[in-house]
Design a protein around this ligand. Structure first.
Ligand SMILES: [Zn+2]
Length: 87
């Protein structure tokens, strides 16, 4: 192996290392304190009644049925739920 190849390999490893660990470190630095008091409601986890997966409220698909609100991880689950309910 030529010294140039070893150098390139070293740089690649360095970049990979930075990519994997650099993000985590900067993430930690950006959040030194606990969650802010005015945490958006979207971060609340809601349970999908079909597959029982917990989804962030902001990403979940809502459904209002018989006065109750349900949240789903996907349209597929929402359709399944509606089918099971016979609505
Ligand atoms: Zn689901």
């Amino acid at each position: 192996m030529s010294p140039v190849k070893i150098l390139i390999l070293g740089i690649l490893f360095y970049l990979l290392f930075k990519l994997v660990f650099g993000k985590k470190l900067s993430f930690k630095k950006r959040n030194p304190v606990d969650k802010p008091a005015n945490q958006p409601l979207q971060d609340v986890l809601v349970e999908d009644p079909v597959c029982h997966t917990f989804v962030p409220k902001g990403q979940a698909l809502p459904l209002l049925l018989e006065g109750e609100k349900y949240y789903f991880c996907s349209d597929e689950c929402r359709k399944k739920f509606i089918k099971n309910k016979g609505a």
